[in-house]
Every structure is written in C-alpha cells, then in structure tokens.
Design a protein around this ligand. Structure first.
Ligand SMILES: NC(=O)c1ccc[n+]([C@@H]2O[C@H](COP(=O)([O-])OP(=O)(O)OC[C@H]3O[C@@H](n4cnc5c(N)ncnc54)[C@H](OP(=O)(O)O)[C@@H]3O)[C@@H](O)[C@H]2O)c1
Length: 236
C-alpha cells in the first residue's frame, strides 16, 4: 500500500512514516521542499532500523498522486494551505487520515482552532462529501510512533462520518502496532483534537515523558455489581 505523508517532515510525520514502513507499506514523505523531504528519507530508515526502500521523498503535491491513503500531518497554522495545495491532485477513491491537532506551534500550551470546529472537519469541508475523511493518531506522541519495536503506551481514537473508512483505519492501526477505537462521528472530532493539548499540559505539569491514552476495561466478575434498586428512593 502506498501512503502519502503530507507535511511529513516534522517529528509527527517522521513517526507516522515509520509506522507505515513498519507495517510493510511505502511512506512517501511530502514537503513544500523536495530537498527537505529527501534529507529526512536519507536519514530516517537507519535511525529507526527499517528498509530504505519503504521510504520515498516528494513534494506534497507529488506525494499524493498514486497514493492509496493520504495522511495530513500539518501544524494547525499550515493545515488549510497544505490542503489547498494538494486538493487538485487528490481523487475521491483515496482514504484521507487527518492527524493535525489544534496546537499552536509557537507555544504548545496555546490552542488554535479552525472556524469549522476541528481540523478533521476543515479537511472534510474543504474536500467535500465525496471524500472519506477520518481523524486519527492525534493523541499519540511522535516518540511513541518512532519507537516501533516497543509495546505502545497509547490507543488510537478514530472519528469520522464513514463507518467503513473508520473500520479500515482500525485495521491499519493494528498493522501499525496499535489498538484503534471508533469514538464517533465527525462532530466528535473537537473532543479528540482537544485532548492533545491536555496531554501536553499533563506532560509539563507532572514532568511526564511520553504519556499516552489507553482504554482500560473494568474486569468482569467484580465482587460489587450494581444492584437494580440501589438508586431508587426507599418507600416508607
Ligand atoms: N509532535 C508530536 O508529538 C505530535 C503529537 C500529536 C499530534 N501532533 C500534531 O501533528 C501535526 C504535526 O506535528 P509536527 O510536530 O510534526 O509539526 P511541525 O514539525 O510543526 O510541522 C510539520 C511540517 O509541516 C510543514 N509546515 C510547517 N508550517 C507550515 C505552513 N505554514 N504551511 C505549510 N506547511 C507547513 C513543515 O514541512 P515543510 O517545511 O517540509 O513543508 C513541517 O516540517 C501537528 O498538528 C501536531 O499538533 C504532533
């Protein structure tokens, strides 16, 4: 499978490309500058210990041509510009995965939200209803993504309006080493996008290294189980 990683020359793009390659697919790292993408593609395979032939460099516009899946890994401030640049080169058979979070690149404790309410919604509105847009990988750290041989400390929260597209991303998560969970429709994207800034806050406040979000189920067979009339007013 061929995956374009648009605006992929930052840490998160390098992490997503690493997980794509670890799943055995091809990561085409896109940039506004071909040379910048080429430098990353020269260095990343050795850094993460994966075969060089699974990484390619391209401009953002060229990266999306022929791609099966298009990952948008732009910072909040460049998200719209990046989408407008690639839009003429996309086709509606491609699955679009939006990774952008509402974090201010100048100050990670500040948020920048788009008028559409979330970056996933901005992508869906800009591309139109013919495109399957899914928001995912917004709360997992770049370091966790790069460390592809370690067991993950994070699950992947997936949002979007197309059920099949979300299922496909869920399967991709598995192959990339993660458990993915469908957490609802596109209207829930602000919730998962907002979590990223909370994670950054926790990181600073508690001097954490790479916190992750994991769904933990209460085990079955617990001793105290809810009683049917536990909350009913006792009749005199
Ligand atoms: N880093 C993390 O651990 C992490 C975790 C969760 C979510 N995220 C989210 O993932 C996204 C990417 O994170 P990142 O840390 O990799 O971001 P980044 O390094 O700030 O940006 C990624 C790439 O975007 C391009 N870019 C920057 N400004 C642009 C602009 N104004 N217009 C168009 N392109 C621009 C640059 O590539 P070129 O110069 O090569 O074009 C840059 O290398 C962000 O939305 C972030 O909030 C990051």
């Amino acid at each position: 499978m061929r995956c374009a990683v648009v605006a992929g020359t930052g840490w998160q793009g390098a992490g997503i490309a690493t997980r794509i390659a670890s799943a055995g697919w091809t990561a085409v790292i896109g940039s506004r500058s071909l040379e910048k993408a080429e430098i990353l593609v020269e260095n990343l395979p050795d850094f993460v210990g994966l075969p060089a032939e699974r990484f390619e460099a391209a401009t953002n516009e060229d990266a999306v041509k022929e791609a099966d899946v298009v990952w948008i890994v732009a910072p909040s401030t460049g998200h719209k510009a990046v989408l407008e640049a690639i839009k003429p080169h996309l086709d509606d058979e491609q699955l679009i995965i939006d990774v952008t979070a509402p974090v201010d690149p100048e100050n990670h404790l500040n948020e920048i939200w788009p008028p559409e309410g979330s970056y996933t919604a901005q992508t869906q509105e800009l591309l139109g209803d013919d495109y399957d847009v899914v928001g995912a990988f917004k709360n997992v750290s770049a370091t966790m993504l790069l460390n592809h041989t370690m067991p993950p400390n994070s699950d992947i929260l997936i949002v979007g309006d197309d059920l099949q597209a979300k299922h496909r991303v869920g399967l991709m998560c598995k192959q990339m080493g993660f458990d993915g969970y469908d957490v609802g429709k596109l209207e829930h994207a602000p919730q998962i996008e907002g979590l990223t800034r909370l994670m950054i806050h926790l990181t600073y406040a508690y001097h954490l290294n790479q916190p992750g979000i994991k769904l933990v189920e209460l085990s079955r067979g617990m001793e105290i189980l809810p009683d049917d009339d536990l909350f009913e007013r006792k009749k005199k």
